[in-house]
Write a protein that binds this ligand. Structure first.
Ligand SMILES: [Fe+2]
Length: 127
């Protein structure tokens, strides 16, 4: 090292995303929050967004290793958050929201107590 800190290989530094989205590793499959939402919604009409961690490959759910929380954003605008206890509840969330306009793509963040912060996104349009 030349004195400069790099977090490219440190999963606890920054926000993790699959390095190859079409060929994720097992670690990436276990932690990617998968967003299930319509591609297009009507302005100010409520709709449901489901987020599931471990959909591609099951993530452990035990007191020592679990999903701590899931957050939902539209662009950089915070919409909702779900908190979980290890060994009790699974990293799945369902939120009912309404949007007056799109601030950017839907973005889900999830936090694993051992493997850090992970992000996924899905485009949405509001009309
Ligand atoms: Fe994990």
């Amino acid at each position: 090292m030349d004195g400069k800190w790099t977090c490219d290989e440190d999963i606890l530094c920054g926000v993790n995303k699959p390095k190859k989205k079409d060929n994720p590793t097992d670690l990436e499959k276990k932690h990617m929050p998968i967003i299930d939402a319509p591609e297009k919604v009507k302005k100010d009409e409520p709709f449901e967004i489901k987020i599931e961690v471990g959909k591609l490959l099951a993530h452990p759910n035990e007191p020592a290793h679990f999903i701590e929380w899931i957050e939902l954003y539209c662009g950089d605008t915070f919409l909702a958050r779900a908190n979980y206890s290890g060994g009790v509840s699974y990293g799945q969330a369902s939120f009912k929201v309404k949007l007056s306009h799109a601030h950017g793509p839907l973005r889900a963040w999830e936090k694993c107590n051992l493997h850090g912060l992970w992000e996924n996104s899905k485009e949405i349009s509001v009309g």
